[in-house]
Design a protein around this ligand. Structure first.
Ligand code: NAD
Length: 276
């Protein structure tokens, strides 16, 4: 079984560099998919209140019999729950659905700048952290300008910013900003949602060269950049394939071939306006 390396976050907590994402997995199928992932060696699971599968995810965590301290569970606060009091209530509801006493990482799902509530929301996150109910707090889909404002107005630097990132959206500016502030970059849709990216000829060529699949070389690219990745699949063979990426390395030439693919192409919404 592959051994997944960990990154040390800016608060000293360690986080597996590769985890399992469950967006679009129905609650009734989440327990099976997460169970398969845990059997395959994943220990980090990424869910969110809006995915409506925290219950199924939690069932798999309990059923696995794994010690809680070996697991790293992330969930996220949805946009319409932002605000101090509503965040505290939404967090209680997430914990209850997950069947946990604490999460390892709690994220603000989107900044929703037009709503202008992410600072108050994050103050509630700081309370949840101080109460020991989240081991770490962070954000998702924040642009550097949102992070600047948040860090000016609050005292705990987010450990992570989870953003859309794949070879066609390499996010150099955000990655450099995060690095300057010791914020880990976590890549969502790391495989470009499997839509077309895995058929790009340059990626297929790198895959052939290493005798690996396109998904595996894309995940290697992320890992070698230092990104945290959370690929999603409900297919057991792919779940196993996506974690089997720790016994080979891309060379400089391969990394350059990937760098040439960046075209700033978003698959998801623009964080500057989403949720407005
Ligand atoms: P992904 O890039 O992980 O792609 C998943 C899709 O790729 C699968 O549905 C399947 O079609 C295909 N795939 C997976 N493994 C494959 C393989 N080995 N070979 C061929 N095809 C394969 O996309 P995602 O689910 O959008 O992103 C991963 C996770 O990121 C999500 O599950 C979720 O946890 C998180 N996420 C977060 C946000 C956010 O706003 N914070 C947004 C989207 C996703």
């Amino acid at each position: 079984m592959s051994k997944v390396p960990s990154l040390t976050l800016n608060n000293g907590v360690t986080m597996p560099q590769l985890g399992f994402g469950v967006w679009q997995v129905p609650d009734a199928e989440a327990a099976e998919a997460v169970g398969t992932a845990l059997e395959a060696g994943y220990r980090s699971i990424d869910t969110a209140a809006v995915y409506e599968n925290e219950r199924g995810t939690g069932q798999a965590l309990t059923a696995s019999g794994l010690p809680r301290e070996e697991l790293f569970v992330t969930t996220k606060l949805w946009n319409d729950e932002q605000g101090y009091d509503s965040t505290l209530r939404a967090f209680d509801a997430s914990l209850e659905r997950l069947g946990l006493d604490y999460v390892d990482l709690y994220l603000i799902h989107w900044p929703v700048p037009a709503q202008d509530t992410y600072v108050d929301t994050y103050k509630a996150f700081e309370k949840i952290l101080a109460d020991g109910r989240a081991r770490s707090i962070g954000v998702s889909n924040f642009l550097p300008e949102h992070l600047e404002r948040l860090m000016d107005a609050t005292s705990v630097v987010p450990v992570v910013n989870q953003i859309e990132l794949h070879p066609q959206l390499a996010q150099a500016e955000s990655r450099a900003f995060h690095a300057r502030h010791e914020i880990a970059t976590e890549a969502w849709s790391p495989l470009g949602q499997g839509r077309g990216l895995l058929e790009v000829p340059a990626i297929a060529a790198v895959a052939r060269k290493h005798g690996r699949t396109a998904a595996q070389v894309v995940l290697r690219w992320h890992l070698q950049l230092g990104n945290v990745v959370i690929p999603k699949s409900v297919t057991p063979s792919r779940i196993r394939e996506n974690i089997d990426v720790f016994d080979f390395e891309l060379d400089t030439e391969d990394m350059a071939a990937f760098a040439a693919l960046d075209e700033g192409r978003r698959l998801g919404p623009d964080p500057a306006v989403f949720g407005a």
